[in-house]
Unconditional design. Structure first.
Length: 195
């Protein structure tokens, strides 16, 4: 037995996070569950600090339990309880953090096999959270609609986003793409749709 898994992607400022939060708040209210927010963002500059503060302000009224986890998502597992409604925001930020996690004066993206290991661990962790929580929603940015980059590491980033998106959508009960604040369900309750 496992909880529901929802994957939500979309462009920057497409309404992904707000939609995910509304969905989970409504479901948790009905079930009497706890709201858990897993935040991957790091306040590396003023813009990111402002975005983090805005997200915190937006969630203030719903009593979210926030877990700051920029890397190593598996570290949240001891905190996830049955009847939790969990939002992870977001996959693309986590991916950048993991790619550039420094180890022995080099980055993971530069070490053969490092990202493969991290991707495998991530997918296992997603399944474990799903087995513990009532509902697990993953938010991610859709950056693959842009022109291909001439930079090797940006190409690697895009490759990993594409691979992880495909695998997570395969695992998910619902796969939603946000456009202009409106949700389009590519997959609903395991059934695939087309435009």
């Amino acid at each position: 037995m496992h909880g529901q898994l929802t994957f939500i992607s979309g462009g920057v400022r497409s309404g992904k996070s707000a939609f995910a939060e509304r969905q989970l708040v409504a479901s948790a209210c009905v079930a009497g569950g706890r709201l858990v927010y897993i935040a991957s963002g790091r306040a590396v500059d003023k813009e990111m600090q402002a975005r983090i503060e805005q997200h915190q302000h937006d969630r203030a009224d719903q009593q979210w339990t926030t877990i700051e986890q920029p890397v190593s998502l598996e570290n949240v597992l001891p905190f996830i309880q049955p009847n939790d409604f969990v939002l992870w925001d977001c996959l693309t930020t986590w991916l950048a953090n993991e790619m550039y996690e420094e180890r022995a004066n080099t980055f993971c993206i530069q070490v053969p096999g490092c990202m493969e290991k991290k991707a495998k661990q991530l997918l296992e962790t997603v399944q474990q959270i799903r087995e513990r929580a009532a509902h697990f929603t993953i938010v991610s940015n859709e950056v693959l609609d842009e022109l291909p980059s001439p930079f090797t590491e940006t190409q690697q980033y895009s490759k990993w986003i594409g691979l992880l998106h495909q695998q997570l959508v395969h695992m998910a009960d619902d796969a939603i793409e946000m456009d202009y604040g409106l949700p389009f369900y590519w997959k609903k309750e395991g059934q695939v749709t087309t435009r």
